[in-house]
Unconditional design. Sequence first.
Length: 288
Amino acid sequence: MSPETPTVTESRIGRMPRPEPRAAGPAPAAPAAAAGAATPHLSARGFSLWYGSFKALKSVSLDIPGNSVTAIIGPSGCGKSTLLRSFNRMNDLIPGVRVEGAMTVGGLDVFGQATDVVELRRRVGMVFQRPNPFPKSIFDNVAFGLRMLGVTARSEIEGRVETSLRRAALWDEVKDRLDRSALQLSGGQQQRLCIARCLAIEPEVILMDEPASALDPTATARIEELVLDLKAHYTIVVVTHNMQQAARISDRTAFMLTGELIEYDVTKTLFTNPRVKITEDYITGRFG
């Protein structure tokens, strides 16, 4: 996946005002933790990231509690996906990336020298914008990660495949055709299959980058219902351009602009009483 391009972000800088406190009401609170946040499962402190000479993230600080859904919103090129991919170091795959600051997952130093990146990505799963099933059977798609981790017992693999498909709300639709190609599934089913594939390796965190943007409204509703069900077991972070979706499924929302975290709060509060005027301007459609 290519990084969010500097040209998009830079083109907006000259046209957008810098964030200012609202004329009335309390001054903006520091964005490190949303109101009422519990002990954080994910955390960033003064986190910055560069693609070569371009600074894509600028000293981002926030805490994300466990067993919750956090939405990241903002216009294209604002750093949403870059921040999301930092939590499991997917940005390492892009040449010229460097970081400053701290980021942790369950107390693990994400960018620490001793951190096992393979184990980190097992703990922090990823679901991409477009479904990307392997050209294998439905069963083998879900079992793929287990086999990569060295699980060989057939009974264990079968059990975890079924459990994962049930959690992804797909089991009843595919249980009689597990040996068929995953490519025969509909787009919405393929995305739920990719979620099941992620769940099979038992992550703590699920990162979702626009998981429903390529789906029709019915399939999107199924994904949103699934996200709400999954938060009982996982910490979920969702990047979305759809503010209605963020309002429907998230407990907390972070608004980003030109690589900065502008505001982070309980979703209802951020959407009904934002503390920063530019947040209100974005939510009400004045730009973006």
